[in-house]
Structure formats: C-alpha cells, structure tokens
Design a protein around this ligand. Structure first.
Ligand code: CLF
Ligand code: SF4
Length: 519
C-alpha cells in the first residue's frame, strides 16, 4: 500500500474491527434481499434484519445510502467549498460540482459559521433532516479548512446529525485520518475510470503538488489516489459510496470494470448517474455534442452491475445547497438572509421524538409489505412490469396526479416491488387548469408503465392515460406504496390467470429508448 505524508497508521485493533466490518459489507448482498429476488440492491426496502446491526445503524436514516430511508429522511448540503483541484470535461466552474449536482445551478456560498447556523436552523425546522453533506460547489478536500471547520462546528453543537462528504478523491489519502477524527461516517468518491487512457478523455488536467499535470499522467495519479483513498476509508470502517458519471462512448462499457474495482476495495454502494450535457452548460462535453445516456442504457448498465454490488438508483443529482427530502428542494426557505434573521432553538429531544414516530410508521410499512408479499409468493408467473407512483414522501401514495413533479417507478414481479428509478415531469395542473402539452409529455415519460398510482386524478388525464394503456389507480390513495403495488399486482395476475384480462407487454420492465432520463 502506498504511503502518504501526514497519514498516520491505524491501530491493529482498529484494523481488525474494520476488516470485520468490510467483510460484512462484502458479504452483505443488498439492503433489499427480503424481496426474495436474491439480487443485491439498495433500491428496495431495507429492513433491520437484512444486514449486520453496525451497518444498519449507519444507513438506516441516511437517505442516499438506503432507498427505503429516502422516503422518510432528508439531507442538506452547505456550499462552503468553492475551489477545485481538477477539471472534469462535464463541469463548468460557473456552476456547482457536477459530480453530485446537475449542471446549470449555482449555490450561495457560505462561511463555516454561516453554514453551522443554517444546519441548526434546518434541523430545527425539518426534524427528519438527519444528514449534513458537503459536496461543493467545488471539491470539499480542495478546501479542507472550511470543510473541516464546518464539520467541527456541527459535531460540537448537533452530534445527532450524520456527517457526509463527497470528493473527487485527488486529495483524499491526505485527509483520511482527519475525516475519521471528525466522525464523518459516509464518504462518496466520484470514480469514472480505472484506466488512464479513458481518464484522459474525461479529465484534461489535475493540480497536484503545486503543478498542473495533464493527460494520461494526470488521470493515472487521480485514479491511484481515488482507489487508495477508498481502501484507506474502508479499512477504517467508514462507509463509502462511489459515484460514476456514465458517458456513452467513453466510459459506459468500462464502468463494469470500475464497479468490480470499487467493490473489491470495500465500497458499499455504487451510484451510476447519467451525464447531463447541453451546450448552454458551457462544458467541454456540452459544447462538443457529447450526449448523455438514455434511460434504457442507464438501467441496463445498472442491472449489469447489480450482481456485483448494491446499486443506488434513487439519486437526484442534487445541488450543493440542497435541503429536504431527495427530489424536493427547500433551499429557498433557507437563504443566508433568512437564516441570519432567524432565532434558532435547536432541540435534540424534539428531533429524537419525531424520528421515533417516523421509525414506528416505517416498521408498520415494512410489516404491511411483508404480509402482502407472503401472499404473492404463492403465485407463479414470469411477468415483470413497471408502475409509476405519485408521492410526496413517507412511502405513501399521497400526491395528486396534477401536482406531481416526478413519478417513482417500481418494477413488479412475484419477487415483490423494487424501486428502479424516477421520472421528472412537467406539472400537469397549472393554476387550477390541466395543461395539455404537459399531459402529452407525462404520458411519453411513463409510456413503459402499465399503471400509475395516484392519490387523485381528474377525468381528462384519466381518459388519456387509459387510452395510452396506462391504468390510473386511485384505490390505494394514502396507503403505503409497496404494499399497494404488490396487492395490485396480485390482483392483476389473478385476472390474467382467470382470463378476465390479458397482459400487455410494455417493454418487459425495460425502459424504452428515448424515455426520459432523470435530470
Ligand atoms: Fe449529500 Fe451525497 Fe452525502 Fe447524499 S447527496 S454528500 S451522499 S448527503 Fe445523494 Fe444527492 Fe445523489 Fe449525492 S441524492 S447527489 S447521492
Ligand atoms: Fe467540477 Fe466537481 Fe469535477 Fe471539480 S470535481 S471539475 S467541481 S465536477
């Protein structure tokens, strides 16, 4: 193992404990094995019995590390880290770090002190906010003083909040022990390649040891540091997620190799995200016409890698000052001006009591799903299909069709309901009126789904969806998503078996070419 200056060795005792944890991570074949598919996936409902207690403690209320948790718990980012030490061809420095953010959005930069006040203000307002992440707008470890000062302030004032960090990995080996000492329990490293030839097409340069280094040499150093940093973190028992940006024609095939490389070094979760590229972003890829993947290509690659390790499919590529549940953005409620005017009363007891209620409801949800699943297990069928769900959180079907800005998509089979992605759409209901253009876009976005579950839907969209072969389902309004989807699927199979209806293939749960890619 390569040694880095300033990095102290871990004790043999700590190493033993961490090796044990790493082994548990390696053996853990997914948060969602209770679904019965036997496939590794953090994309389905994780329950306490599915994994070792040490890992469960780390992921149970982290919305990015557990798909199931993201229905209930929120995260926030503070934009304290403006500088970066590398250049990615999908990034324009006018905007936030595109490794954890969609291009074209800019965050309001904060000092560590402003950030700390913001965290306490958000935590007091949103008691289900459990994780503070630093993910830009540049690279947190290219701004170590600001990043660690922020963590220090939060750890001292609100130790119940989990600390999370996202980095390109270049400076990671130098900071692993500091990360550990600040009790940062979750680290994301963006790893787009393990082959410098490919790396040279993604990274024009890095800034390392006071020098700008270009081409393959730069990519080689970056890759070595990323993998070294990953190993060092997992040896210390820090849970690691790897983000990879899928760039068709450059690293799409290669990401299977990346997946194997990061799994063998103890990564817990792999998040393959689509490249979002447009000329107006002003990036090298945007200007040279490099396209992003279709939803079909992305899903196929995620499916291919899933046998190897847990895949994240619920990432929303959020901005460096995101606040709220994944998929919702409450950052406008917490601008610096508003925060500084707030009289913040941080009450850990109230937060704890609220989170206990959340856990209670969560357990009810899992029990309801399992009871429905045991009845489905008796059915024999190879049918797999997709359904879309309108939800605003808590794992329930609780959003009106016309108010949905995105639909969550589940794959249904006799193994259960598995979350496979989300589709952002234009709002149908605009000022109380239905928007026909939006409806056409929504139908296109959901064209591979057999049904859409909603809390309520109007007559016009109901008819148009039915004509497009997408069954609107209102009967489970405000019920739990997975339990309802399984119950509906059981009923669907029974009707097929009795000849009452015939199954309509809508791509066999494979997303069609040209379907909407999350953006
Ligand atoms: Fe933030 Fe990232 Fe931590 Fe999550 S986000 S630093 S791990 S708390 Fe999550 Fe957002 Fe996707 Fe990131 S949905 S972009 S994976
Ligand atoms: Fe941009 Fe992030 Fe890449 Fe730095 S690491 S160049 S901020 S995408």
């Amino acid at each position: 193992m390569q040694q880095y200056p300033g990095v102290t060795s871990i004790s043999p005792q700590e190493k033993n404990l961490s090796a044990e944890l790493m082994q548990q991570v390696a053996e853990h074949k997914g948060c969602g094995t209770s679904g019965g598919s036997g496939k590794a996936s953090c994309g389905s409902s994780a329950a306490q019995g599915d994994m070792p207690p040490e890992i469960w403690e780390k992921v149970k209320n982290h919305p990015c590390y557990s798909e199931e948790a993201h229905h209930h718990y929120a995260r926030m980012h503070v934009a304290v880290a403006p500088a970066c030490n590398i250049q990615c061809n999908y990034c324009n420095r006018k905007y936030d770090c595109a490794n954890e953010s969609r291009p074209g959005v800019v965050s309001e930069k904060l000092t560590p002190e402003q950030a700390a006040k913001k965290v306490l203000a958000v935590a007091s307002t949103i008691p289900q906010m459990t994780v503070l992440g630093i993910a830009g707008p540049g690279d947190p470890l290219a701004n170590p003083e600001k990043t660690f000062k922020t963590f220090d302030l939060i750890y001292k004032t609100a130790p119940d909040i989990k600390l999370c960090l996202s980095t390109n990995g270049l400076a990671l080996p130098d900071h692993v022990d500091t990360i550990k000492s600040f009790n940062v329990d979750h680290v994301t490293i963006t790893i787009n390649m393990v082959d410098p030839e490919i790396g040279a097409e993604i990274y024009p340069w890095i800034f390392y040891k006071h020098k700008r280094i270009k081409g393959k040499e730069a990519a080689k150093i970056l890759s070595e540091h990323q993998l070294q940093g990953l190993e060092m973190l997992t040896e210390r028992g820090i849970l690691c997620k790897v983000n990879s940006v899928m760039i068709p024609g450059i690293n799409d095939q290669h990401l299977v190799e990346v997946n194997k490389a990061v799994k063998s070094r103890g990564a817990f979760l792999h998040n393959i995200m689509p490249l979002i590229s447009a000329p107006e972003h002003g990036t090298v890829f945007g200007l040279n016409g490099q396209r992003g993947p279709t939803a079909q290509e992305l899903k196929r690659l995620q499916d291919n890698c899933e046998g190897e390790m847990n895949m994240m499919r619920h990432c929303r590529q959020c901005r460096a000052d995101a606040v709220g549940l994944l998929g919702e953005d409450r950052s406008a409620e917490f601008t610096t001006e508003k925060i500084m005017a707030m009289d913040v009363q941080y009450d850990a007891g109230t937060r704890k009591a609220y989170q206990e209620l959340v856990e209670h409801e969560r357990q009810e949800k899992v029990a309801a799903k399992n009871s429905e699943l045991s009845e489905l297990a008796a059915q024999r069928s190879d049918i797999k299909l997709l359904v879309a769900v309108a939800t605003k959180g808590q794992g329930r079907i609780n959003e009106h069709f016309g108010h949905a800005k995105e639909f969550q998509v589940y794959e249904l089979s006799t193994a259960g309901a598995k979350f496979v992605g989300h589709r952002r759409v234009d709002l149908y209901c605009q000022g109380g009126y239905g928007e026909e253009d939006s409806l056409a876009t929504i139908i296109r976005a959901l064209n591979d789904c057999n049904a859409v579950f909603v809390a309520k839907i109007g007559g016009c969209p109901r008819d148009e969806l039915s004509k497009a072969g997408i069954q609107p389902v209102e009967q489970y309004a405000h019920e739990f998503i997975e339990q309802s989807a399984i119950a509906w699927f059981k009923d669907y199979l029974e009707k097929i078996n009795s000849g009452e209806i015939s199954h309509v293939r809508k791509g066999d749960a494979d997303i069609r070419q040209g379907a909407y890619v999350a953006a």
